[in-house]
Design a protein around this ligand. Structure first.
Ligand code: SF4
Length: 344
């Protein structure tokens, strides 16, 4: 289905500027923006994947990953084709890098309008919807309508995002968004520009904005790639930045495996994740979690939640399986410390 976009500005000579992400594409007649799915048709910027899900799965919320947001709950997770970033290690590259989508000939995805997403959640007692797999901003209007309808029925919503939205996009979706996991891919602008086509500054700005100026629950993920962003200094820079914004932001440091156009590097070793976990704690972050490597003895405790005040273990995680020790979620049973998060 094709739907006019909400986020755009008319320019001269039939061009339309997309105002959804920080690429600010000026899209000429008949052309598409960098993401491939926002296209200028007859002078109007249209979203050509509205209601067209290429992926729709029920996942645990821990897989997003979100560890402090309604733990143990299922999430109906939706993605389309197209993306505004070009990460050379993308794990969903077969859908995200599908570009220059021609809506006349190439209807890719299952018909899944917002009403069907919400009906599925209600019919299966699923309390959460996530926009994930590719960047939600590129199918913004589909997420907006779904999130608005979901809220009407008491279903909460999640963005799993690269954080390259415009401030306008974030402000527009904010009333209908409950949680976000933002990917902080590196702390070097050059790495962003060379390997993703994006820039660092808007991502840092959006993390600060979400954490300080909204009620949207925020967690952050960094994929550690050998030789690219895994030096002690760069890990410390990321941790220090996040701790400076808010030490209660949970930070997920996860392992890379060779994918797509980045086959020339080895997988991230467990010891790198452990080092990052230590650096994150040293920098003052209260909750640091490792991900993508399971069953390694070095990482036996690094997926667990500990009380930042007394050190008591509150939640043990094994992959996506949870064992909770606290008698009341969000409160340390030993010292009474409040644990940041959304627990009900
Ligand atoms: S969402 Fe797509 S069309 Fe819009 S500015 Fe970003 S890349 Fe360009």
């Amino acid at each position: 289905m094709i739907k006019p976009t909400m986020l755009n500005k008319p320019l001269r000579k039939g061009y339309v500027q997309c105002t959804a992400c920080e690429h600010w594409c000026a899209v000429g007649p008949g052309e598409a923006g960098k993401c491939g799915v926002r296209r200028n048709i007859d002078g109007q910027l249209q979203l050509v994947v509205y209601g067209k899900a290429i992926a729709a799965h029920v996942d645990p919320v821990e897989k997003k990953p979100l560890h402090h947001f309604l733990p143990g709950n299922p999430v109906y997770s939706i993605g389309t084709v197209g993306c505004n970033l070009f990460c050379q290690w993308c794990q969903n590259w077969d859908i995200s890098q599908h570009r220059d989508f021609d809506p006349e000939t190439d209807y890719i995805g299952e018909d899944l309008p917002p009403e069907a997403i919400v009906a599925y959640c209600r019919g299966h007692n699923i309390p959460l919807v996530a926009f994930t797999y590719n960047e939600p901003t590129v199918f913004f209007e589909y997420t907006y309508d779904t999130a608005k309808l979901a809220h009407k029925h008491g279903i909460r919503t999640i963005y799993v995002s690269s954080g390259f939205e415009t401030s306008l996009a974030l402000e527009t979706i904010a009333p209908y968004l409950d949680a976000a996991n933002i990917d902080l891919k590196a702390m070097r602008d050059e790495t962003y520009r060379t390997y993703t086509g994006a820039r660092l500054a808007p991502v840092l700005r959006n993390i600060e904005h979400l954490a300080r100026e909204t009620d949207i629950w925020l967690e952050v993920t960094t994929l550690l790639i050998p030789g690219l962003n895994d030096s002690d200094q760069e890990i410390r820079d990321a941790a220090t930045f996040l701790a400076g914004v808010n030490p209660d932001i949970p930070w997920h440091v996860s392992a890379f495996t060779p994918q797509y156009r980045m086959q020339d590097r080895p997988p991230t070793p467990a010891k790198t994740l452990y080092r990052a976990w230590e650096i994150g704690k040293e920098a003052g972050l209260h909750y640091v979690y490792t991900g993508n490597i399971w069953g390694n003895p070095l990482l036996a405790d690094t997926g667990d939640t500990f009380c930042p005040s007394c050190g008591e273990r509150l939640v043990r995680r094994s992959g996506y399986h949870l064992r909770e020790y606290w008698s009341e979620r969000g409160v340390c049973h030993r010292c009474g410390e409040r644990i940041a998060g959304v627990w009900r």
